[in-house]
Design a protein around this ligand. Structure first.
Ligand code: G6P
Length: 632
C-alpha cells in the first residue's frame, strides 16, 4: 500500500524521489506526489491521481532543482483517489485577512484514528482543510505545534531534540492515535527532514553526504550501502550529513547501521517483461536460499538461528497454529499437511483476519507461526499481537528483513527470497513451503522421526531446486495451453491431499492477475457442488502427479470428462493414462508427495501469468490489489 520516499543530500531530489516511487509502485497505489523546496525555501508540491507517469510529466514540466524533498504513493483509505487527496499535504494556517503561509509538508502512511476530533479543534483555530484525508490533520497539527514552539523562542542548542521543528513534531505525535510512517519537510529548512514511525515501517539509507528515507528498502538499492530500520516510537532527525534518533521513552538512541544487501539488479526486471515472470524463474535459486545453512546432515535435522526459544520450550510444544492471509494462508495449509505427517503435532490453520477476533481457547503448549511475505499485513500483525498478549510464543516466517512482524515476533525464520515485487506472490509461496518443510523435519526429529527418515527427507529437499528448474522448462508449452483457454470465464482447480492447497493457490493466482473467476477444491469434494459448473466451456485444472492418491484423482477426472468438461492435467512424465483422459497435459518431474506442492505450483503460476498477459492485464499491478495490505 502507500509508499514513502525522501532525500536530503546534494543531488536533484525530484529525480531520485520519482525513481524511488517507481520502485514502490508494486505496493499498489492510486495517486502520487512530491514536495521540494525552491531557492527561497518555499515548498513546491506536485501531485496527481492515477499512475506515476502523470506525476512524472508534472515534474518534467517544472520543478525546482532542490537537493531535499519528500514523495508518496497513496492507496486511498479516507477520501477518494483525487489530486487533492494525494500527498504531500501542507500544514499552515491563515491569520485573519492573510494568505496561508505553509510551514511544512508531510507524507504519511497509516491511519489516524482520532483525526475527526483533531480536525474540529484545528478548524476552530482557523485551519482550512483542503483534502478529505486523515493525514492532512497531521500537517496542520505539526504547524500548530511549531507556531507555539517558535513563539516560546527557539533554544539555540546542538541537541536536535530541542529544536522547535523536532519539538513540534514530537508534540503533535503525542496527540495522535493510530499508526504512522511520517516524513516532514519544513519551509526554509533545506537541510532538515524529520521522520517518525509507529506501526508503519520506515528505513533510512545512509550514503556519503546524503540520506534516503523510504517505507521499504527498495528505493535505496544502488544509492546507499547502509540502512537503519526505524523502530516504533522513534523520531529521526535527518540532514545530509547527520542522523539522530530520539525514542519517545528512551531519549536519544544510537542508530544501528546495518549493511544494505540489496543491489539495483535485485529491484530491476533483469531482461524479463514482468517482475512476476522474473520471480517465477528465480525459484530454483530462492528455494536454495531458503534451505541454505539450515540442513544438518550429521544430525539429520534442520537448524534455525533465530527461533529464540529454549530447548525446553520447544519440547513443550504440543500444538501449532499457522496463520496468514492470501497466498501465505495457502502455504500454511501446506504446512498443516507437512507438520502433521512428519512431526505428528496437531496443526490449526487460521486466516489471520479471523484469528484476531475469534478468541479460540489455546493451551500453554501452543506455538504460533505468522506467515507473511511482507511482514506488514495488518491482519497478520494483529493476530500475532493478540496471541503474544496472551503469553504464547510467536514466531514469524517472513521475507522482508526488519519488517514490523519480523520485529515484533519473538523469533522467526527469514525466507531470503529477495524482494518480491509482482503483487501476485510466487517465489515467496514456494519458499514458505520449503521453510514449513524444514519445520516439519525439525519438530519431527525432536519427537519420533528416525535418523534415516531425517536423512531421506534432507536428500529429497536437496533435489528440489533441480526439480523446480525442470518444471520451469514447460514454460513454452504452458503458453500454448494458455492461448487455448484464455477466453474461458470460469476455471476449476482440483487436487487432493498435499495438492489441495496448491489448487487453491492456482485459482487465486488466476483470479488475481487475469480477473477470471476460478475456484480451487479438493478434487473429491467437487461432486458436492462445483460439478454443476462443469460444461464444455469450463476448464478444470487437475493436479494429478503419481503419488498416494493418484488413483482416486483419476476417478475424479473421469467424472469431469463424463460431463464434457475440458481438462488440463498437471501430471508425471510419461503418464499415458492421464494423457488418454485429459485434453492437455503439462508434465512436471516426479517428487515425493510432501514436496509436490512446490513443484506443482510452478505450472500454475505460469498458466496464470500467460493467460493474464494474453488478456492484456497488468500482471505486476493487478487492479484493486496491493502488495502489502496494511489496513484491516
Ligand atoms: C495481499 C497480496 C497477496 C498476499 C497477501 C498476504 O493480499 O496481494 O499476494 O498473499 O497480501 O501478504 P503477506 O505479505 O502477509 O504474505
Amino acid at each position: 500500500m502507500c509508499g514513502i520516499v525522501g532525500y536530503v543530500g546534494f543531488r536533484r531530489a525530484a529525480d531520485l524521489i520519482v525513481e524511488g516511487l517507481r520502485r514502490l509502485e508494486y505496493r499498489g497505489y492510486d495517486s502520487a506526489g512530491l514536495a521540494v523546496l525552491d531557492d527561497e525555501g518555499r515548498i513546491e508540491v506536485r501531485k496527481a491521481a492515477g499512475r506515476l507517469a502523470r506525476l512524472e510529466s508534472l515534474v518534467r514540466a517544472s520543478v525546482p532543482d532542490a537537493a531535499i524533498g519528500i514523495g508518496h504513493t497513496r492507496w486511498a483509505t479516507h477520501g477518494a483517489p483525487t489530486d487533492g487527496n494525494a500527498h504531500p499535504h501542507l500544514g499552515g494556517c491563515a491569520a485573519t485577512g492573510h494568505a496561508v503561509s505553509e510551514s511544512l509538508a508531510i507524507v504519511h502512511n497509516g491511519v489516524i484514528e482520532n483525526f475527526r476530533g483533531l480536525k474540529a479543534g484545528l478548524e476552530a483555530e482557523g485551519y482550512v482543510f483542503r483534502s478529505e484525508t486523515d493525514s492532512e490533520v497531521v500537517a496542520h497539527l505539526i504547524d500548530n505545534c511549531l507556531k507555539r514552539a517558535l513563539a516560546t523562542g527557539p533554544r539555540v542548542t546542538d541537541e536536535p531534540a530541542d529544536s522547535p521543528w523536532v519539538v513540534a513534531v514530537r508534540e503533535a505525535l503525542a496527540q495522535l492515535r493510530g499508526t504512522y510512517g511520517l516524513l516532514v519537510l519544513f519551509a526554509g529548512r533545506p537541510d532538515l527532514l524529520v521522520a517518525a514511525r509507529l506501526g508503519s515501517p520506515l528505513v533510512v539509507g545512509v550514503g556519503d553526504g546524503e540520506h534516503f528515507i523510504a517505507s521499504d528498502s527498495s528505493p535505496l538499492a544502488g544509492h546507499a550501502d547502509r540502512i537503519v530500520y526505524l523502530a516504533d516510537h522513534e523520531v529521526a532527525v535527518i540532514t545530509s550529513d547527520t542522523l539522530r534518533i530520539i525514542h519517545r521513552d528512551a531519549g536519544r538512541v544510537e542508530p544501528s547501521v546495518l549493511p544494505l544487501e540489496l543491489s539495483a539488479a535485485d529491484v530491476g526486471l533483469g531482461g524479463h517483461p514482468h517482475f512476476m515472470l522474473k520471480e517465477i524463474h528465480e525459484q530454483p535459486e530462492t528455494i536454495r536460499a531458503a534451505m541454505r545453512g539450515r540442513l544438518s546432515r550429521d544430525d539429520a535435522t534442520a537448524v534455525f538461528g533465530g527461533l529464540n526459544l529454549t530447548p525446553a520450550q520447544l519440547q513443550h510444544v504440543n500444538r501449532i497454529v499457522l496463520t496468514g492471509c492470501g497466498t501465505s494462508w495457502h502455504a500454511a495449509l501446506v504446512g498443516e499437511y507437512l507438520i502433521e505427517e512428519f512431526a505428528r503435532l496437531p496443526v490449526e490453520v487460521e486466516y489471520a483476519s479471523e484469528l484476531r477476533y475469534r478468541n479460540p481457547p489455546i493451551d500453554e503448549g501452543t506455538l504460533l507461526f505468522a506467515i507473511t511475505q511482507s511482514g506488514e499485513t495488518a491482519d497478520t500483525l494483529a493476530a500475532l499481537r493478540e496471541l503474544k498478549r496472551k503469553g504464547h510464543p510467536t514466531l514469524a516466517i517472513c521475507n522482508v528483513v526488519g519488517s514490523t512482524i519480523a520485529n515484533e515476533a519473538d523469533g522467526g525464520i527469514y525466507l531470503h527470497a529477495g524482494p518480491e515485487i509482482g503483487v501476485a506472490s510466487t517465489k515467496a509461496f514456494t519458499s514458505q513451503c520449503v521453510v514449513l518443510a524444514l519445520l516439519a523435519l525439525y519438530f519431527g526429529r525432536l519427537r519420533h522421526m528416525s535418523y534415516e527418515q531425517g536423512r531421506a527427507f534432507i536428500a529429497a529437499l536437496e533435489r528440489l531446486p533441480d526439480l523446480v528448474a525442470e518444471a520451469l522448462e514447460a514454460d513454452p508449452l504452458i503458453r500454448s495451453v494458455a492461448e487455448k483457454y484464455r477466453s474461458a470465464s470460469t476455471f476449476l482447480y482440483l487436487g487432493r491431499q498435499y495438492n489441495f492447497p496448491v489448487a487453491l493457490e492456482g485459482a487465486l493466482k488466476l483470479k488475481e492477475i487475469s480477473y477470471i473467476h476460478a475456484e480451487g477444491y479438493p478434487a473429491a469434494e467437487m461432486k458436492h457442488g462445483p460439478i454443476a459448473l462443469v460444461d464444455p466451456l469450463t476448464p478444470s485444472v487437475f493436479l494429478i502427479p503419481q503419488g498416494a492418491v493418484y488413483d482416486k484423482v483419476i476417478l475424479n477426472l473421469e467424472e469431469i470428462k463424463a460431463r464434457k468438461g475440458p481438462v488440463i492435467a498437471i501430471a508425471s512424465p510419461g503418464d499415458e493414462r492421464v494423457r488418454e483422459l485429459a485434453d492437455d497435459v503439462i508434465e512436471v518431474p516426479d517428487a515425493p508427495d510432501f514436496l509436490q506442492p512446490i513443484v506443482e505450483a510452478i505450472p500454475l503460476q505460469l498458466l496464470a501469468y500467460h493467460i493474464a498477459v494474453l488478456r492484456g492485464c497488468d500482471v505486476d499491478k493487478p487492479r484493486n490489489l496491493a502488495k502489502s495490505v496494511t489496513v484491516e
